[in-house]
Design a protein around this ligand. Sequence first.
Ligand code: 3HC
Length: 326
Amino acid sequence: MSQPMGESISIEERFEAFVAEENRVEPKHWMPDAYRKTLVRQISQHAHSEVVGMLPEANWISRAPSLRSKLILLAKVQDEAGHGLYLYSAAETLGTPREKMIDDLLTGKAKYSSIFNYPTLTWADMGAVGWLVDGAAIANQVMLCRTSYGPYSRAMVRICKEESFHQRQGFEIMMNLSKGTKGQKEMAQDALNRWWWPSVMMFGPSDDNSPNSAQSMRWRIKRKSNDELRQEYIDKTVKQAEYLGLTIPDKDLKWNEDTGHYDFGEIDWTEFFDVIAGNGPCNAERIAARQKAHNDGAWVRDAASAYAKKQSRRKKLEEETQDSAA
Ligand code: 3HC
């Protein structure tokens, strides 16, 4: 935003033109307050989703059926923690301290993805979560690699690479189960039945009921609408389910020659809005787990900040000693 422009153009118009020309906005640039606020909201919600998203999977680390699957799941859960850290760091560049974002999560002021308020009941759920939930997350996040805010888009490049490994991990579990015994195939189908609709809801409300979309798309924060991404996801995933020999639990799912897409059934928006209002099957459990982890980790944060203070005092002393010796 440093190139000279006509004086008659306001700073807001300059900003709009800057993003419309596909430039990246960096922390040092001027930006409208509403752009900053939207980004802090979206990036912090995204960070919270990564961190809360560790819980339903961590639930299965100690019960993974082999050492190999345990190692892979452990690595995947660690990746999610890393994603949360990149995203909190990206949000911090907008001037909001991490403590405030975490406080908003723990006190229920901030949202996180609806999907993580559903329970993981069987090992097949580790397959369905990786295949469907990470698959949906990738569909949304590939678009975010081109989001207009530089630190967010750069964080997304690495996150997407790791998410595609996660998606393959889930698909592999589903493959093994669906090619296994009758009981294993039933377990895979049951997981698909329970995770399908929540994963379709992950993309958010339909476009005509999405208050933030229009402005976020104008600012190139979002590059595709909720419904566009949902349709892409469904088109891609139906073929994968066919390959697995599993049935998507939607009797209205049908290929439409005219549109070149799958038509699909009615989404239960009452369920979606209930879950994001805090009334899903696991909302209370998830927040309680995060609160406990935060309280249990207080001594680590205290120790780290005491160490940082000690280091900075030591550095200051060394500088003073060098100055007086010179
Ligand atoms: N869960 C919870 N809240 C949701 C939601 C969902 N699936 N979808 C939408 N919402 C909320 C919005 O946050 C917004 O609430 P707010 O105004 O109070 O913040 C409200 O519903 C209206 O929705 P909009 O469509 O107007 O909101 P957005 O324009 O922000 O679009 C979004 C929603 C598509 C989720 C967008 O915020 C986004 O792309 N976020 C970044 C990606 C992200 O957060 N993904 C979460 C999953 S990450 C993950 O799954 C981890 C991986 O490891 C598996």
